[in-house]
Every structure is written in structure tokens, then in C-alpha cells.
Ligand binder design. Structure first.
Ligand code: GUN
Ligand code: ZN
Length: 435
């Protein structure tokens, strides 16, 4: 059955910060037609609705804002309970809470229940696609893929590879880690909406052998993604320098093992020199900005404007980094990204932030022909937002004169309370009753 959704609609053809305002497609009264396969059959101004859809059932979202579902380009499934776990910095936080919590995912029953909650939390926040780290246990990764499949959600995940500097309960070894990854690739990669992400945690917890094998796995499976952490905290960088004295830089550690490239997602990427940025740019690698996490762990301030330098642009995506991040919400993530951009002396407008949270994330994951836009043929993964969801937002919304004014308030003040409903492949998987 075909449905017509009516709302204020917003989608991007490109990054408005670079391409200009013509990349923003906003309709005060827009229509999105969803076919019975869960794809968008048509999108545009409601007045132009093609005749064949004129008598289709209508779902009227009134003055609410309908946008593509959010893409969270970096989150940790086994950390879903861990938001606001103390730790003076990244390394203390990992040792004190994180590894212990992730050890629980050896238990299949625990992992299966957690996978349901993890995905439901994302949907409650309007996130319809995630690149997630599973734990180091293959069964947990299976559980997450299976839970996403039941929801028809696009997901990228992989078992975390870590063969040193962590408790035995979460440690693998190079051969076993690759064997399990291969097995998971065979079972899940390209099945439905699933993508396998080869996931060496970071250079501290992987030996050279493991990083080499991960690079070979990526070379042999070039349609997989690769995700890892890069240059997040000062102590981490010092440790990497001591562990890999032969490497010119932290980026070089990964580069030597074939782990850079257009399918590679580098979480955080905060403290980088020009040579590293140039190499990320040359290889088409993606830097994933995790603003709430960086503020919480005191890791540093991501320099979005510096990465965007057109002489050697580095691709960027936005992410929550649950549970180093303090919010599940990509709205809150956009808000903190705007604030951090200001602290770095730059400027990120709300339209640019919404682009990163939608089409930008889809591009980073190589899914931009499938998701991230309201356009014919794309999956009907979308979210309906209420810019007046709270008293604070409602009075602020009264002052909004432009789309940017409204998006700005949603980003800076918004969270899951603004998410009226979330649809995946046209199916409503979350709805929030009005308070
Ligand atoms: N670096 C290595 N592992 C992690 C993690 O789980 N979270 C964050 N934020 N950084 C990491
Ligand atoms: Zn992370």
C-alpha cells in the first residue's frame, strides 16, 4: 500500500556549507510518498503531488518537520548502559568501566536483550542507521545484526578486534579475531541492509600482527567498512607513539597496515598535524566527529573548519559515540558540534549540522544512494520532528523567522522529546505521544 506523508519537509542534495543554499530542499507543505516496498516513490511540494498518488491514504503531520532519519556514524553497542561513567580521561574510563561492561557480552542472552534496547533507543532518538562497534564476542555481533534485520534497519557493525592491553574477558588473538570476522562477513555482509565493519578497536589494543591482518581483510573485502579510533586523547597519542616508534604519526600507524581509505571511519580524529590531515584527505578516509564524547572525556575540540580546508578536504561524519558520548540524540550531537565549532573560532550553521546528521553520514558509510535523502528510490527511513516539543522550544520557536532559526533551536535545545515518530522502510518503529 502506498502512503502519502504531508509535513514540512527538509532534505539536502549536498553539503550546504560548500554547495550553498541551493543544496537545501525545504517545502513548507511537502509530500513524501512511500511505496509498499518501503521506498520513496516521490517527494516534493504537496501541490505538485503526481496524479497517481492523489487518492492514496494520507498521513498529515501538520507543521512538523519531516527529515531523513539520522545516521550515527560511531556508537558502541556494548556501552549502551554506560553514559556518564566516570573516568578522568579516555584511558582511565576504558580501564575502570568500559572493558568490564563489555565483558558481559560474552553472554548471548545478555547480548540479545541489549541489542533490542540499543536499537530501540536509537529509533527513539530518530536514528535509523548506525555504524556500531560490537563487543569482541562474535555472538554479540550476531545478536546486533539479527536485531537490526528484524527492524529492516541499515546497520554497519563488526566484532571488535583487540588482542592486547585489555582483560582476558574481552581479548581475542589475531587469528581467532580474523576467523570470527570472516565468519561474520560470510553470514551478514550484504545481507538485507547489513554492512560488515572490520573493527580493530585502536592501535593501543591491537598488535602489529592484528592490524596487519585487519588491513589484509579489508583489502580482500573492499566493500566492507573499517572503523577504529584515532588521535582522541593526549595520553592515548603518547602511548601510540611509544608502541609504534617506527611510524611517523598516529595516522601513519593505520596507513602502514592498509587501514586508511574511502571505506575507513576514524572516530574522533582531534589532534592531527597537517601531514596527517593531508594523508586522510588523499586516502578519502572519514573523520568521525563525536562532540558530546569529546566534551565529556575532556579529549579536545574537533576543528571542523580546519578539516574542511578545500586544499585538502577531509571527509567528516557526526556521531554520538554512545557510551563515551553523553547523549543518544543526533540533535544534541549537532548542538554540541555547533558549540565546539564556535570554540574553535569557526562557524557551523544548523543546516550544515543537519546535513552531517543525515546525508553526510550516509555518504560516510557509502550508503548515499540508499539513505540520507527524501528522494525517489531512497529507503523511506525518516523522522518527524516537533520544533515545539517542549515549553522552552515552543516559546523559542515563536521567535523563529527562517528555517535556519528553527533548525538552530532544534539542534541546540532538541533531543528525543522532539522525535514524534521514526520510520524505517516506511514502517513506524517509534512514536511518541504528545505531552
Ligand atoms: N578508544 C578506544 N576505545 C574507545 C571507546 O570505547 N570509546 C572511545 N571514546 N574511545 C575509544
Ligand atoms: Zn568510540
Amino acid at each position: 500500500m502506498t502512503d502519502v506523508h504531508l509535513a514540512r519537509t527538509l532534505t539536502f542534495d549536498d553539503d550546504p556549507t560548500i554547495a550553498g543554499p541551493s543544496a537545501v530542499r525545504f517545502h513548507e507543505r511537502g509530500a513524501v510518498v512511500v511505496d509498499d516496498a518501503g521506498r520513496i516513490a516521490w517527494a516534493g511540494p504537496a501541490d505538485d503531488l503526481p496524479r497517481p498518488f492523489a487518492n492514496a491514504p494520507r498521513i498529515d503531520h501538520a507543521d512538523r518537520l519531516l527529515t531523513p532519519g539520522f545516521v550515527d556514524a560511531h556508537a558502541h553497542f556494548p556501552q549502551w548502559r554506560m553514559l556518564a561513567a566516570p573516568g578522568r580521561d579516555l584511558l582511565e574510563w576504558l580501564e575502570r568501566f568500559t572493558f568490564r561492561e563489555e565483558a558481559r557480552y560474552a553472554d548471548r542472552m545478555h547480548a540479545e536483550a541489549a541489542a533490542e534496547t540499543f536499537l530501540d533507543r536509537l529509533l527513539e532518538n530518530g536514528t535509523t542507521c548506525v555504524a556500531a562497534y560490537s563487543s569482541s564476542h562474535a555472538t554479540a555481533c550476531d545478536a546486533l545484526f539479527a536485531a537490526a534485520e528484524r527492524r529492516s534497519m541499515a546497520i554497519a557493525t563488526g566484532k571488535t578486534l583487540m588482542d592486547r592491553a585489555c582483560p582476558e574477558s574481552v581479548r581475542d588473538d589475531p587469528e581467532k579475531g580474523i576467523e570470527e570476522s570472516l565468519d561474520l562477513i560470510g553470514r551478514w555482509h550484504g545481507k538485507g541492509r547489513a554492512t560488515y565493519a572490520i573493527t580493530p578497536r585502536f592501535a593501543i589494543t591491537s598488535t602489529r600482527t592484528q592490524l596487519r591482518l585487519a588491513g589484509e581483510l579489508l583489502r580482500d573485502h573492499p566493500t566492507c567498512l573499517m572503523q577504529t579510533h584515532l588521535s582522541e586523547s593526549v595520553r592515548e597519542i603518547e602511548t601510540v607513539r611509544a608502541l609504534f616508534p617506527e611510524a611517523a604519526s598516529y595516522v601513519d600507524v593505520y596507513d602502514r597496515f592498509g587501514l586508511t581509505g574511502p571505506r575507513s571511519l576514524f572516530g574522533h580524529a582531534i589532534h592531527l598535524d597537517e601531514a596527517e590531515l593531508t594523508r586522510l584527505s588523499q586516502t578519502g578516509s572519514v573523520a568521525v566527529h563525536c562532540p558530546t564524547s569529546n566534551l565529556f572525556l575532556g579529549s579536545g575540540l574537533f576543528d571542523l573548519a580546519r578539516l574542511a580546508n578545500l586544499d585538502r578536504p577531509v571527509r567528516v561524519a557526526f556521531a554520538t559515540d554512545v557510551g563515551g558520548g553523553t547523549s543518544w540524540s543526533m540533535l544534541a550531537t549537532c548542538g554540541r558540534a555547533i558549540e565546539i565549532a564556535r570554540l574553535k573560532g569557526g562557524d557551523l550553521d544548523a543546516a550544515g549540522a543537519f546535513f552531517h546528521a543525515t546525508l553526510g553520514g550516509a555518504r560516510a558509510l557509502g550508503l548515499d544512494r540508499e539513505i540520507g535523502r527524501l528522494a525517489q528510490g531512497f529507503w523511506a527511513d525518516f523522522v518527524v520532528l516537533d520544533p515545539r516539543a517542549t515549553d522552552v522550544l515552543a516559546v523559542r520557536d515563536d521567535l523563529s523567522e527562517t528555517l535556519e532559526d528553527r533548525l538552530f533551536a532544534l539542534a541546540v535545545l532538541g533531543d528525543e522529546r522532539c522525535v514524534v515518530e521514526t520510520r524505517v522502510a516506511g514502517r513506524r518503529l517509534h512514536s511518541r505521544s504528545r505531552t
